[in-house]
Design a protein around this ligand. Structure first.
Ligand SMILES: [Zn+2]
Length: 429
């Protein structure tokens, strides 16, 4: 074989603690998963009881804006609207070269974090479609080690911005994968609903997936997700449509939500929350009590709706922080949604791995024979420990090759009568 990872613990590890397996890899695929693999390989990694998972998947990102922090200035208020205004100031100064360079640098960070599949929105409200061309180039460049999926995103509104629909259609013709939208940013609720109808009909005609920024607002009357679910159902697009953000659901009336969740479930509409961004951008005009703003994640999961967590932004007009670490995203999502029960914590791990992979429609994702050999060896014994420690990615394997290695987090102590080293894991006895 090409590579064998020995003594790995697979998720969900709570169900079968301390069951070690060997993972054999050949020709870019997983060839065998067995307790003790007799085969030999050119390269072996001893996981030594560490968690080995399929790679992290970011279901919602903006790679055209990433790492532009400070260009041409920083977001002084830190608000969503100043962020959108700032992006508008930056757009005329974008060059394809600089955009490709920033995106590739971010992809380097992502690989080192074991993040090997990203769905990124790309702004199409620009006659030049410069960002579209740049990210299609980035997609080609990273294809040997990363799955990049592009969404045509009319940032300034499909109907509100002149030529936005034409530009979106051009972007799709150039090879962008998914149809985006931003109904809550249109001039009126009616225009928002109309934009959802137009975009869903366009996507259905092309056989494409849909992923809209939807109801990213504190306004409980922002109900475009209802229209999105209804159009999905009407057009027979079950399982191919996603609502991103859905933050207004946090502020909606409970009775209305009880109907809405059933509509979403019926339509097979998935949801993506962006915990780091939602907790910082929502509730900005509240005094106290201040709303958290993130959509109703555990309630949607309980209703059988697919929910993923996205990173959304890293060092851009909307968010000054981040480093491509989906465990940081899961950590924040867990806290904001109060998902501290044992099953709920595991569900937060799924929200940045398996659930996100389903939403992107990734094939051959997982750790079973026949799956693509994309894996992460974490310096943690289970998913909860991985989230707690934002565990180091000891090794990242893409298409059967080790593409990144990192040391474990350890500190050396110099204390009388105390251990020489700490690894931040609970050791008993
Ligand atoms: Zn977004």
């Amino acid at each position: 074989m090409d590579l064998i990872i020995r003594r790995a613990v697979l998720p969900p590890s709570a169900a079968q603690p301390n069951v070690f397996v060997d993972i054999g890899i050949e020709g870019g695929r997983i060839a065998a998963v067995e307790p003790t693999l007799a085969a030999t390989a050119r390269e072996e990694i001893d996981a030594n009881g560490s968690l080995v998972t399929p790679p992290f998947v970011d279901a919602h990102f903006h790679m055209d804006a990433t790492l532009s922090y400070g260009l041409p200035r920083v977001n002084m208020s830190g608000t969503l609207l100043e962020g959108i205004a700032l992006w508008g100031e930056l757009k005329p100064h974008l060059t394809q070269e600089a955009l490709v360079a920033r995106a590739l640098q971010y992809c380097d960070w992502a690989v080192a974090r074991g993040l090997l599949a990203i769905r990124t929105h790309v702004d199409v409200c620009d006659e030049r479609l410069l960002a579209v061309e740049a990210l299609l180039e980035v997609k080609r460049r990273v294809a040997p080690y990363m799955d990049l999926q592009l969404v045509a995103f009319p940032q300034d509104g499909l109907l509100r911005s002149a030529d936005a629909f034409d530009n979106l259609k051009r972007a799709i013709a150039m090879g962008v994968d998914v149809v985006g939208g931003i109904p809550h940013f249109e001039r009126t609720m009616a225009d928002g609903a109309e934009s959802v109808r137009l975009l869903c009909e366009f996507a259905a005609g092309k056989g494409l997936r849909v992923d809209m920024h939807c109801d990213e607002s504190d306004d409980p009357m922002s109900r475009h997700i209802e229209t999105l679910a209804a159009q999905t159902h009407r057009l027979g697009m079950q399982g191919r449509v996603t609502g991103s953000h859905l933050t207004s659901m946090h502020s909606m009336d409970n009775y209305y939500v009880s109907k809405l969740l059933l509509l979403m479930r019926e339509a097979g509409v998935a949801a993506i929350a962006n915990p780091l961004i939602n907790i910082t951008l929502q509730g900005r005009s509240d005094t106290y009590p201040k709303r958290r703003g993130m959509t109703r994640v555990p309630e949607m999961m309980a209703a059988g709706i697919d929910v993923a967590f996205g990173h959304d932004c890293v060092m851009d007009p909307w968010y000054s922080l981040g480093s491509g670490d989906m465990l940081e995203v899961a950590h924040m999502g867990l806290h904001v949604a109060q998902m501290t029960g044992i099953d709920a914590m595991h569900a937060c791990f799924d929200a940045v791995t398996a659930n996100a992979a389903r939403i992107l429609g990734l094939e051959r994702y997982g750790i079973e024979p026949g799956c693509d050999a994309n894996l992460v060896v974490l310096d943690a014994r289970d998913a909860v420990e991985a989230i707690r420690l934002r565990a180091a990615r000891l090794a990242v394997v893409s298409r059967g090759k080790v593409v990144s290695r990192a040391p474990a987090a350890r500190a050396q102590l110099s204390l009388e009568g105390r251990p020489a080293e700490v690894d931040f894991k609970l050791h008993r006895g």
